[in-house]
Every structure is written in structure tokens, then in C-alpha cells.
Design a protein around this ligand. Structure first.
Ligand SMILES: [Fe+2]
Length: 106
């Protein structure tokens, strides 16, 4: 059983924190999978194989989104940043700075 997601002694962490750590690990794994599929899709020449990989990547998008939502519901400051940065047009760095200000108000 892997415990690499724990940075502190697992037996000293609450169940809630251990669950949070597992979801963070899932988020990392989903992000890696999205990146791996992106590379495979870009090189694949067989249309059917490419379609399978695209379908699989779409599943990883969903998994990533669910894990991110889980984490954001447990951290109001993170949720404040996400609300300010995600799904807005304009300069991403500027949105990030605005998100940081929103975070400070939570
Ligand atoms: Fe996944």
C-alpha cells in the first residue's frame, strides 16, 4: 500500500487530512494522464486509436475536474482564487493577481 502522498506521519493525520491527501494525489495523477494522452494523441496516426485516446483523455478531464472541485469545497481561499481566475477572458496573470486579492478577503 503506497503512502507516498503523505508528507507527515500518516498515523498523526486525521482521516479528513488523509482523504484530502489522497484526492491531491488523484489530482496529480489525472493531470499527468491528461498530459500523457496529449502527447500520444499528437503523434498517433491511426484514426481509430486516436479516437480511443481522445475518449480516454476526456475521462481524465472529468476526473481532474471532480478532484479539483472536492479540494476547492474544503478550502474557501482556494475557491475564491478559482472563482476569480477560471472561465474569465483576459490576461491570466492579471486574473491571478485579482484572485490573490479575493483570497485575502476570505
Ligand atoms: Fe482518471
Amino acid at each position: 500500500m503506497g503512502t507516498e502522498q503523505y508528507h507527515e506521519p500518516a498515523n498523526e493525520l486525521t482521516q479528513e487530512i488523509r482523504t484530502f491527501a489522497r484526492i491531491i494525489t488523484s489530482l496529480q495523477e489525472e493531470a499527468e494522464a491528461i498530459g500523457w494522452y496529449e502527447q500520444r494523441i499528437s503523434l498517433e496516426r491511426d484514426p481509430q486509436a486516436k479516437a480511443i485516446m481522445e475518449n480516454a483523455q476526456q475521462e481524465e478531464f472529468k476526473h481532474f475536474a471532480m478532484a479539483l472541485e472536492y479540494i476547492s469545497r474544503r478550502h474557501p481561499k482556494l475557491q475564491a482564487v478559482l472563482k476569480r481566475v477560471l472561465f474569465h477572458k483576459g490576461d491570466i496573470v492579471k486574473l491571478g493577481e485579482e484572485g490573490e486579492k479575493a483570497e485575502e478577503q476570505v
